[in-house]
Design a protein around this ligand. Structure first.
Ligand code: DX5
Ligand code: ZN
Length: 220
């Protein structure tokens, strides 16, 4: 198992001091920041867009992994790229022309990811798998932080890992939703290379650095 990266999701951070909270997680050992963009249509919740991402960009040098839970995500690509996204992940369910959107992201100089909802089969992404920089397996129905981990996701991750290996695809395999020190080792063993954790990092019963350390220790 290669080194697994921990990506705190800022959805559970304190929005009134977002920059400081991000800096705290950076110093506390985060590898990447996961940034949830929601449009109130694809998911029943609203968060933020390019202006907020641009504003917090100066608080860390770590990569920004932007998870777009929006209809027509192709319309957001250039704005997110300009705001400082290093990865842009779109949902397969939101893209009629997924192949085109993946290449649009890469042409904007950003790494391209595709996310799959819990009910969406891996076959939805198979034809573009070799083009991807990241494959995101959702382990909750997207829209909110703090939801319970869907156990079937572990088996789906295993199948995703096999599929990536079969195609000799180099994409990161990310898991998002309900990840904590309780299941981190299991999802890493199933083949995940990036673990997203929102409430387990930013809304834990311990300070951020300790919360990240606790997840990392559970992987050992
Ligand atoms: C959910 C988001 C997640 C969320 C995860 O729709 O995509 O990134 O922040 O939060 P936790 O880790 O609390 O489930
Ligand atoms: Zn997310």
């Amino acid at each position: 198992m290669t080194a697994v990266k921990i990506a705190p999701s800022i959805l559970s951070a304190d929005f009134s001091r977002l920059g400081e909270h991000i800096a705290e997680a950076d110093e506390g050992g985060a590898d990447i920041f996961h940034i949830d963009v929601m449009d109130g249509h694809f998911v029943p919740n609203l968060t933020f867009g390019p202006p907020v991402i641009k504003a917090v960009r100066r608080w860390t040098k770590l990569p920004f992994d932007v998870h777009v839970m929006a209809e027509n995500p192709q319309n957001l690509v250039s704005g997110l790229a300009d705001a400082g996204a290093d990865y842009i992940t779109v949902h397969a369910e939101a893209c009629t022309h997924l192949h085109r959107v993946v290449h649009q992201i890469q042409q904007a100089g950003v790494k391209a990811g595709v996310a799959l909802n819990p009910a969406t089969p891996l076959s939805a992404v198979e034809e573009v798998l070799v083009d991807l920089d990241l494959l995101l397996v959702m382990s909750v129905n997207p829209g909110f932080g703090g939801q319970a981990f869907i156990e079937e996701s572990v088996e789906k991750l295993r199948r995703a890992r096999k599929l990536l290996d079969k195609h000799n695809a180099k994409a990161e395999l990310q898991i998002d939703g309900g990840v904590s020190q309780k299941n981190a080792k299991r999802v890493a063993e199933a083949g995940a290379s990036i673990l997203v954790a929102g409430s387990a990092v930013f809304a834990a019963d311990v300070p951020v650095a300790q919360a990240i350390a606790r997840i990392r220790a559970s992987l050992a």
